[in-house]
Ligand binder design. Structure first.
Ligand code: PLP
Length: 422
């Protein structure tokens, strides 16, 4: 049999890949817990839980058996005109865990489409009230996905180049820190008076793709309050931060002001199934109620509220609330803090930080060398059997909650080792 990678290269176009220069991908044959195995039998610790999804570990039997049971009963049915037990039960169990005011769940099938629906909701919310509001407020360096609306809100320009002229109207503010939050608030006030703003889209507390950058919950709270005064809908993108990553169930739990809309995906289905949710408060939902059919939200994806995804999500929620997972979240968070204390004064470390199970280290690199150093770091980690993907000059880990103490140590060893090769 021809090698998996060679067959791949003949017929597959990979995401985020320049095929002319990229190395062929590694064939993966098996996964269990915090480990994935390649086709030569080598094991890797999944140090970023396969893009923050597989938080309860790969092939977790609680999740796989919930899906398998659901498959025998109802595989799939369209969600327009029909409903089903897994979706209703998921809504009943998730809503009480979400920040205070959330009232209704709208289902989509991935993170970008959850954001897309949220942005469309915010535009139509004002349209239904006979207002044309056409501008989105977003943070510099935010990331919200790769479809047009989500891409518009994203501020990482290296992804958006060819599409810049085709995007929605967006105005940007810096993330609030302890130092600049009054200044950012003033910038926001000006934008609100000079633009017709429909929504404010943000990753609460941690900007993932920007390199796990943290910002101030107090500052964010002030911005939300200011937007809500002007009836600008606040959309929290919790696609990365949701389900326990930051030490609370949701990063929005650190805020006093509840967002109007929350977007969830990634760990929602414990890393097994593409599914996402755009949840909203009663105010948003009510703005779509009318005797005019066209004031409803005419937006759907074929596989919305997939019963198998909902079954996985229900099993995931049970795990999220278990003592076992709560304790390992706490253990990882403590170990991360110790790691920060240990490396923060290292000459190659510009900044080290941790919140919940998210740990990031900015390397003191001269950026000309960045391209080659990034690949060198990635190869260094993979050789040591740890899947970590540097972002810019930042190395980070966001391990599955089920990672063992020894495996976690192996991740730290790889990260500390990396400081010696840059
Ligand atoms: C991954 C991610 C998205 C996009 O989700 P996809 O499922 O990849 O479309 C949006 N926002 C944040 C914060 C993310 O981490």
């Amino acid at each position: 049999m021809e090698k998996l990678t060679d067959r791949d290269q003949k017929c597959i176009w990979h995401p985020l890949t320049q095929h002319k220069t990229a190395k062929p991908p590694i064939g993966i044959t098996k996964a269990k817990g915090a480990l994935i195995w390649d086709d030569k039998g080598k094991a890797y610790i999944d140090g970023i839980a396969s893009w923050y999804t597989a938080m309860y570990g790969h092939c977790n039997e609680r999740i796989t058996s919930a899906i398998s049971e659901q498959m025998q009963q109802l595989d799939f049915v369209m969600f327009s005109g029909f409903t089903h037990e897994p979706a209703v039960q998921l809504a009943e169990e998730l809503l009480p865990l979400l920040p205070g005011n959330q009232a209704k769940l709208f289902f989509n099938d991935n993170g970008s489409t959850a954001i897309e629906a949220a942005i469309k909701m915010s535009i139509q919310y004002h349209h239904n009230k006979d207002q044309k509001r056409d501008t989105i407020i977003a943070f510099e360096d935010g990331f919200h996905g790769d479809t047009f609306g989500a891409m518009s809100a994203s501020g990482i320009s290296s992804y958006n180049g060819p599409f810049e002229d085709f995007l929605l109207k967006v105005v940007r503010i810096p993330v609030p820190t302890e130092e600049n939050s009054e200044e950012v608030l003033k910038q926001l006030e000006v934008l609100i008076t000079t633009h017709a703003c429909c929504s404010f889209v943000f990753e609460p507390l941690v900007q993932g793709a920007a390199g796990m950058k943290f910002h101030s919950p107090t500052g964010l709270d002030q911005l939300i309050a200011k937007c809500q005064e002007a009836d600008i809908l606040c959309i929290a993108d919790e696609i990365m931060t949701g389900f326990g990553k930051t030490g609370k169930n949701f990063a929005s739990d650190y805020l006093k002001n509840d967002p109007d809309i929350i977007c969830l995906s990634k760990a929602l289905t414990a890393g097994i199934f593409p599914l996402s949710i755009t949840s909203c408060n009663q105010k948003v939902f009510d703005a779509f109620l009318s005797n005019e059919v066209s004031k409803g939200f005419f937006h759907a994806h074929t596989y919305s509220a997939h019963p198998l995804g909902c079954a996985a999500a229900l099993a995931g929620l049970e795990l999220l609330q278990s003592m076992e997972i709560k304790e390992s979240q706490k253990y990882i968070a403590q170990q991360h803090q110790e790691f920060v204390n240990r490396v923060q004064h290292h000459p190659k470390v510009k900044n080290a930080r941790a919140i919940g199970v998210i740990l990031a280290v900015d390397l003191d690199l001269d950026m000309d060398r960045y391209g080659s150093v990034r690949d060198k770091l990635y190869d260094f980690f993979m050789e040591r059997g740890v899947n970590l993907r540097p972002l810019g000059n930042t190395i980070y880990t966001l391990p599955p909650y089920v990672i063992s103490k020894e495996q976690l140590q192996q991740v730290y060893d790889a990260m500390e080792g990396a400081l010696e090769i840059v």
